[in-house]
Design a protein around this ligand. Structure first.
Ligand code: PLP
Length: 277
């Protein structure tokens, strides 16, 4: 198994990271996850654009062009013969003696690995149980940073309550999942949090909104309170990993159940049509 370290393809067993990498001290870096279908990355351009946008928001100067990075990532996919799975890539701000104040002198460190899809339960078909809890994250959730403590804590909390995913509310307003975006359906209208600093603007979210509009559904991107969950007809989460996954039950701060409904099924069908063949 090969990985990318500092723009080189090397065997994973030979990869080692500098002790003074700011990724370790501060979680000072950004990442992307791209799904691979039949050997082809899905929506790579959108992920590369968001990667660049995250790096700019964090004042990390990343010297490679999208084309160069994309080529390098493709060479890793080929080296590891990945047909279906994902590619993860990140940059940290680089190596400096530990100090909160970064100097803008360090070179970003790029790492990437691939993962083949395992034969696991398919949340897309069976639906998921989600745990409703407080959004304890910082106020720049729009940046896809590797500093994910708020996300990992709520994910553990959800799992400890036998739920697949945590869905979050900030002061009573629903934001998103710990690693996904949240949609509700009511009377054939879709509702989801607007792409502000309080959520990550998921690539899957953006594609689902586009597909929904193309199929004549209205999409309302406005904040909605927790209680609306109880009145929704359908609910689902989206992410590169799970695509569109129906929510069948909510537990935690509020308890409710959903059937896997026709709008979710329709959008899943349309989404499958845009995936690489
Ligand atoms: N929101 C958060 C917090 C995430 O971590 C993710 C993905 O991991 C998403 C949303 C979904 O984003 P995407 O559809 O780009 O995978």
């Amino acid at each position: 198994e090969y990985v990318i370290l500092d723009q080189q393809l090397i065997p994973k067993s030979e990869a080692s990271i500098n002790f003074d990498d700011r990724g370790y001290y501060f979680g000072d870096g950004i990442y992307e996850v791209v799904k691979i279908y039949n050997g082809q990355p899905f929506a790579m351009e959108m992920h590369l654009d968001r990667f660049r946008s995250s790096s700019e928001k964090l004042d990390i100067a990343f010297p490679m062009s999208n084309e160069q990075l994309s080529e390098l990532l493709m060479s890793l996919l080929q080296k590891n013969s990945i047909d279906n799975g994902l590619i993860y890539f990140q940059i940290t701000r680089g190596v400096e003696p530990r100090n909160h104040l970064y100097t803008r002198q360090s070179a970003p460190v790029l790492t990437a690995f691939t993962q083949a899809t395992k034969d696991v339960a398919t949340p897309q078909e069976k639906g998921l149980t989600v745990w409703l809890t407080d959004d304890i994250r910082w106020l720049r959730c729009d940046i896809k940073t590797i500093n994910l403590l708020g996300n990992v804590l709520v994910k553990r909390e959800a799992a400890d309550h036998h739920c697949h995913e945590a869905i979050l509310n900030r002061d009573g307003i629903m934001t998103e999942g710990s690693s996904s975006n949240l949609f509700l359906v009511k009377d054939n209208v879709l509702y989801t949090h607007p792409a502000t600093n309080l959520i990550l603007n998921g690539i899957t979210r953006q594609l689902v909104i586009k597909l929904a509009k193309e199929n004549n559904y209205s999409v309302v991107e406005e904040p909605f309170p927790v209680e609306v969950l109880e009145h929704a007809d359908e609910a689902f989460i989206t992410s590169s990993s799970v695509e569109i996954a129906p929510i069948t039950a909510v537990k935690g701060q509020l308890t409710t159940v959903f059937d896997i409904g026709p709008v979710t099924l329709h959008l899943q069908k349309k989404f499958a049509e845009i995936l690489p063949k």
